[in-house]
Design a protein around this ligand. Sequence first.
Ligand code: GDP
Ligand code: MG
Length: 383
Amino acid sequence: MKKDKKLPTITLLGQAASGKTNLLTAFLNHNPSWLDLEDGPDFVQNFSVSEMFTSGSEEERAFDYLRTHYASLLAGKEYLLEGTNAARRYGIKMSFHQPAQAKVQKSGWLGIPSLSSSAPAREEELEFSIVDGRGADAAPVEMIQSDDKDATARRQEYRDGMDDSSGFVLFMPLMSDDEGTKAAISQRFLGEITESLRRKREKLGTLPKLQRIALCFTKCERAFMNDGVYAAESATEMARYDGFFRGNAVLSTFRSLLAYSLKDDTFDMRVFPVSTYGFVRNSGSPNFYPWSKSPGLLTRAVDPIDDYAAEPIDDYAAEPIDVYDDIDLSKYKDHFPIALKDDQARSLWRPFNIAPPLLYALTGRITGPVSFSADRALAHISD
Ligand SMILES: Nc1nc2c(ncn2[C@@H]2O[C@H](COP(=O)(O)OP(=O)(O)O)[C@@H](O)[C@H]2O)c(=O)[nH]1
Ligand SMILES: [Mg+2]
């Protein structure tokens, strides 16, 4: 990544295993037309995403690691991989077509919408950097977190990333963890954000102002496991999140931040349900397979000579493989495992709403099939 130029920066924040690195990997590797950016009021078209590195750089090496990570998820071999162990900055270039936009004013006489202004169509190119780090470094738990030099240096890099950022993308799993744990973790992130805001105020003019926070509820496909083939559609319906948001410990903890974002001259905030696993293309079912031995994508490619397999499988088999000897599997056998080739697994994997929070944090554009304004999120909490 070019060091001579300060790129607009966004930082991914969230507890360990909240899905930061997987989302970034999918964003950089996935079929561009599946990034959900062509949906929503500020939709864009014909976008492409690419990375910018000096070859042989540390960033390039780390990016190659991300590619491996992505390939291994498809193959269901994620257990071979390490977690994120340092704060990394990836240089990214995104280009897209911005269609002509008519801004409609709703306050016309008799409520008739009147056209107030319009923006012509144009091509846009954004160069930016994304900071991804080790969750525990961004919001350390005193007592548990190591205080050695390495840990302190890593933490400092992550905090520097936040200070250089005009947008934060905050990750919290929609399900899992008890409310107490979620509240405690959110509290630590709230503390880190508040500290960064304080440093930004102190160094006004040197550090960029925080413009936006995208709060992502990750792994949201798991909330729709009972919806079968209607899951993908259900996930776009705002009302379906009522039950998850009401009394939600994360939203309650961030209540003050959400309320603060509504004031003039502060940052904006928006809430996005996201899922990197997403839904199976054409079928609409959640692309999550809760096999206790190895939870992961439903559509992972199954290696015929996998350790789990008792016998080699016909290359062309498109039927359930009956070689896993896990008794838990019997209840899943109607849809998994299916011998998918790598490219089939890749083409069936359609992530949900993963690029919209990134574009929002960067530019304020609202894209994607579903998201909640701060107002609306607050209304959910106080319902
Ligand atoms: N069910 C589900 N699991 C996910 C999703 N995204 C990531 N994961 C899993 O969550 C774990 C942590 O993901 P990772 O991206 O490494 O989290 P990070 O520590 O925040 O970077 C991995 O086992 C992922 O496969 C998702 O959308 N749905
Ligand atoms: Mg990570």
